[in-house]
Design a protein around this ligand. Structure first.
Ligand code: ATP
Ligand code: MG
Length: 217
């Protein structure tokens, strides 16, 4: 199952989601086969986070259940590699161009991380339109960087749930120092402070991703 994590808006938490979701999925005892992360962003943030020595091609990471590939422009190679894994997570750059369209068309479904803000709702329409043009399933919009103490965020969450209904993940990823700092320290949120809610939100996400992706299989 190949899942792209995509939003053409930058800084919404795509890479953070890929890293922490990959880690949470790799710890699931009910999944056979490991997790492949395909880093499609030329910045290679996910790859550099996961690997000490990054070579071209397909490689092991610091995590036993996670492999990485950085040559995701070769979609044929990606298809072959992905067959060996339970899940392949693709980290996309913040661009809505031909390359993105090709990648979206090559995956099974797409998760769209959304940071709630003034242009969030309009932005989602563009992204979901691109997903439906590519004939790929929209797995859901994932609200990230959510500040529950900010009434505007709370209202926007309600609005987005009204508009997209079940297409919004039940899981919400909070705006959190734990998540931000874990990236700075080059650990997953679970490794950094796994007993706290922000880290646990990725376990909840993993469970929901398994449930939703099994339903579209
Ligand atoms: N839930 C969160 N709480 C706090 N900080 C976060 C959270 N999610 C992401 N960040 C921080 O926001 C920044 C951007 O996150 P990230 O790199 O995951 O976004 P992105 O969508 O992949 O960006 P780009 O579009 O540039 O690829 C990073 O510094 C990251 O640590
Ligand atoms: Mg990124």
């Amino acid at each position: 199952m190949k899942i792209a994590v995509f939003n053409n808006k930058g800084g919404v938490g795509k890479t953070t989601t890929v890293i922490n979701l990959a880690y949470a999925l790799s710890k699931r005892p009910d999944l056979t086969g490991g997790i492949l992360v395909a880093d499609c962003d030329r910045q290679e943030n996910a790859a550099r986070f996961l690997c000490d020595n990054l070579n071209d091609g397909l490689t092991d990471t610091r995590y036993s259940g996670i492999s990485i590939m950085t040559i995701a422009d070769n979609l044929a190679l990606l298809q072959t590699a992905a067959e060996k894994y339970a899940y392949t997570l693709l980290d996309l750059p913040p661009a809505l161009d031909d390359r993105t369209a090709k990648i979206l068309a090559a995956v099974d479904c797409v998760i769209v991380p959304v940071e709630l803000g003034s242009f969030a709702v309009q932005g989602i329409a563009n992204v979901t339109a691109a997903i439906s043009r590519s004939n790929t399933a929209f797995l859901g919009a994932l609200v990230t960087r959510f500040d529950r103490k900010n009434s505007a965020d709370v209202e926007m969450l309600e609005l987005i749930r009204q508009q997209l209904g079940s297409k919004v993940f039940d899981t919400v990823i909070p705006q959190s120092k734990i998540i931000r700092n874990s990236i700075s320290y080059r650990t997953t949120a679970a490794e950094y402070m796994g007993w706290l809610d922000p880290a646990k939100s990725f376990d909840q996400l993993a469970e929901e991703v398994i449930r939703r992706s099994t339903a579209i299989r």
